[in-house]
Design a protein around this ligand. Structure first.
Ligand code: B12
Length: 260
């Protein structure tokens, strides 16, 4: 099995970052691993021993993704297809399974998993706050592997470690609580975060209009306003890419239009 260092070495050529790992408890239901053709004696349906979280921090991966055939072929969902390509190749190399944050619901609970792999906090924007990266990070896949390298045993989260629950979303965090004035909340032109949740349609409708040009061109104004992790703020082109994808999957809906 790869050590933590070997995993990071395999991810670096793609600009991806190993965000940490966690060990599922015996009673957790996770997809079972494929049987390995190279060791047919290994039982199929084996539960993963470790789940490694793989993601991005800042725009480091962007030039590498942009240079890939997936970005250039003009087909839909290039970043998801690139992530599948990289994740599935690595999973196959180590007899594991790649799990993805995207795809149809039900979603894998990536934010909950991520909080078991590294220190993260809730934020008013739904995104997880990282002490170094701020809000400028995300996940591309998780690698569920059949065993864990002995060298990593002492470092990985024990099974009983921080299992985040839904309560985490309402617990105020140190970073955001200490943040003077919480400029993220004031920066949203349609106060999409002000009512204790994310007003998705208010956001979508605004960004589709000419008045939403700033969000459209520069990315979410609230995320931009966050003073944490600014060296990792995504490049403009990277932000535009995510916003375009968001708008493509969320058409505007006239307000006040009820069910017909
Ligand atoms: C559905 C979804 C959305 C929906 C949310 C709809 C809704 N009203 O809930 C929409 C389309 C709006 C969305 C938008 C974006 N998303 Co999104 N989204 C997801 C997705 C696919 C599923 C979330 C889910 O339902 N999980 C199911 C539950 C069971 O899992 P969970 O781990 O318990 O997660 C929940 C809680 O942690 C909760 N939560 C955590 N903190 C807080 C705080 C508050 C106040 C609240 C209300 C909830 C909340 O949010 C999760 C959903 O309920 C995840 C990927 C994933 N598989 O997790 C990405 C994900 C959460 N999104 C992500 C991102 C980056 C974005 C965007 C910035 C993308 C963009 N366009 O640039 C925007 C940001 C919107 C914004 N400004 O808040 C990242 C977050 C990374 C991070 N730093 O935490 C994720 C993890 C995807 C990734 N590849 O990394 N997203």
């Amino acid at each position: 099995m790869p050590t933590r260092q070997e995993l990071q070495a395999a991810l670096s050529p793609f600009g991806l970052v190993l965000r940490g790992g966690w060990r599922p408890t015996a009673d957790e239901v996770l997809p079972s691993l494929p049987s390995s053709p190279s060791s047919p004696s290994s039982p199929s349906g084996q539960a993963p021993a470790v789940v490694w979280m793989v993601g991005v921090a800042g725009s480091g991966f962007w030039p590498l993704f942009k240079a890939s055939a997936f970005f250039q072929d003009g087909l839909p969902d290039p970043l998801d297809r690139w992530s599948r390509h990289v994740g599935e190749a690595l999973a196959q190399r180590w007899g594991g399974l790649a799990l993805f944050p995207f795809g149809p619901p039900p979603y894998h609970p990536f934010q909950t998993w991520a909080a078991r792999a590294e220190p993260l906090q809730a934020s008013p924007l739904m995104l997880r706050m990282h002490a170094t990266y701020g809000l400028w990070h995300a996940y591309r896949f998780a690698l569920a592997l059949p065993s864990i390298a002995t060298a990593d045993l002492a470092q990985s989260s024990p099974p009983e470690a921080t299992v985040a629950t839904d309560n985490t979303r309402t617990i105020p965090t140190d970073i955001c609580v200490a943040c003077d004035g919480q400029p993220c909340l004031a920066a949203c032109p349609v106060q999409a975060f002000s009512q204790g949740g994310f007003q998705l349609q208010a956001c979508v409708n605004h960004v589709h209009q000419p008045a939403g040009q700033a969000c459209h061109q520069n990315g979410c104004q609230s995320r931009q306003a966050c003073p944490q992790g600014t060296p990792y703020r995504y490049h403009r082109e990277h932000q535009q890419f995510h916003m375009q994808a968001f708008l493509a999957s969320h058409p505007p809906v006239p307000t006040g239009m009820g069910p017909v």
